[in-house]
Design a protein around this ligand. Structure first.
Ligand SMILES: [Zn+2]
Ligand SMILES: [Zn+2]
Length: 422
């Protein structure tokens, strides 16, 4: 009996998409993916201002007969698709916002949208590829809505605004979606997300178990000294010299105190402001910077040591200093057990030879807020034409090869079916 059960399970697990009859659907939807993507690309909208984008997504989901929620975390859209049989709940996420970047490519669907951002007149561009993410998830929704008989459970399609960060003074993005209960009703068991990459070849998937993208925290240090004439430093307490010692000290938290064979970590002071002219020793100095970590224990340690070190070093130079560290973005952390469980699905979608394990990236991603609540898997989808030079995300020349999108649809479908049906 046991043996029978085992072989039965073996036969029903790990079904490839051809056997589901979905391979044809995926091939057939490519033209639509490109059409949707070009439309979004030509009409990009900034974080928390994705009004038209959200309307188009909601209209599409409604046309599929899906239960649709709008205005989640301001402009977010959620579609709920219940399979014919009850089961677990998978969430699939796409971010939908664009960036204040002026496009310089010569694609026919180039964006000419302009706006004012932070008081600066600028172009608007899908310079991170979120237009492809939106199109991919719309495609997955369309295919699954025609195959409810194959779904044992529920799929939540999460179209998330403001991944790049809400405008100053506003809430937004994944954090706000979680706060508004996007992972509840029905309760999500697991979440999958992807990012197209202008650096990885079309046809590939790149992943890493554990921390794949860093936690990002900004910090501010204020150093207070005593002002004096620049020619008479002995009558001053120089906050600039104290700041230099603090910067030096902070770097030793990484180089001398952090176990870098465990995971990498970064402290960067990105701005230092003090003084007005050459012959005045100023009273104060301010520094701001960023901390990147890939492990929560290391993050706690680095935060603790920074808080100890900053006032202590200042004191050694007779100054006073305070440090504030913001909570920031969490680690984009791929649950190791889930990653191991789902790796065969990625391999089935892309072919084993095209699935690569990568090193961590010290950039941050707000998908991490979902992964703090439920186990999640986040991976990179190749978007660079093979043989071409990569372009950089967030730049005017950013370019994505659209033929990479189809694999995104395939991967999401394979992950979802394997997770729900096994
Ligand atoms: Zn980005
Ligand atoms: Zn992005």
């Amino acid at each position: 009996m046991k043996k029978f059960l085992f072989s039965f399970l073996f036969l029903t697990t790990g079904i490839v998409l051809a056997q589901h009859g979905l391979e044809n659907d995926i091939n057939a939807i490519e033209a639509k993916l490109i059409e949707w993507r070009r439309d979004f690309h030509q009409h990009p909208e900034l974080s928390n201002r994705e009004f038209k984008t959200a309307e188009k997504i909601a209209a599409h989901l409604r046309s599929l007969g899906m239960e649709v929620q709008t205005n989640i975390a301001k402009t977010g859209v959620v579609g709920i698709l219940r399979g014919d049989q009850p089961g677990k709940v998978v969430a699939l996420r796409a971010d939908i916002d664009a960036l204040p970047v002026t496009e310089r490519t010569d694609v026919p669907f180039k964006s000419t949208v302009r706006t004012t951002f932070n008081g600066v007149e600028t172009g608007v561009m899908h310079a991170c590829g979120h237009d492809t993410h939106t199109a991919i998830l719309m495609g997955v929704a369309e295919i699954f809505s025609k195959h409810k008989d194959k779904i044992k459970g529920t799929i939540k399609f999460i179209f998330q605004p403001a991944e790049e960060g809400a405008p100053k003074g506003e809430e937004g993005g994944a954090e706000l979606m979680v706060k508004e209960g996007v992972l509840k009703n029905p309760e999500v068991d697991v979440i999958f997300g992807l990012h197209i990459s202008a650096g990885f070849d079309v046809g590939t998937i790149s992943y890493k178990a554990g921390g794949i993208m860093a936690a990002s925290q900004s910090f501010e240090i204020k150093v207070k000294g005593k002002q004096s004439h620049g020619s008479r430093p002995w009558t001053s307490i120089d906050p600039i010299v104290a700041s230099a010692k603090i910067i030096d000290g902070l770097q030793t938290i990484i180089s001398r105190e952090s176990e870098l064979t465990n995971e990498g970590a970064v402290i960067t002071v990105g701005k230092i402001t003090s003084g007005v002219r050459s012959n005045i020793i100023p009273e104060e100095a301010t520094m701001i910077g960023t901390i990147r970590t890939l492990d929560y224990d290391m993050q706690a340690f680095i935060n603790k040591r920074m808080k100890e070190m900053v006032p202590t070093i200042a004191k050694a130079y007779r100054a006073e200093a305070t440090i504030e560290i913001e909570k920031g973005y969490p680690i984009t952390y791929n649950d190791p057990q889930l990653t191991a469980q789902m790796l065969p699905s990625l391999q089935k979608a892309a072919g084993s030879e095209n699935v690569k394990e990568i090193k961590a990236i010290t950039g941050a991603e707000d998908f991490s807020f979902f992964q703090k609540e439920v186990p999640g898997l986040y991976f990179f989808l190749g978007g660079k034409t093979i043989g071409q030079e990569p372009t950089s995300h967030h730049t005017p020349d950013f370019y994505i090869d659209e033929s990479g999108m189809k694999l995104g649809v395939k991967a999401f479908i394979q992950l979802t079916l394997d997770y729900l049906n096994n």
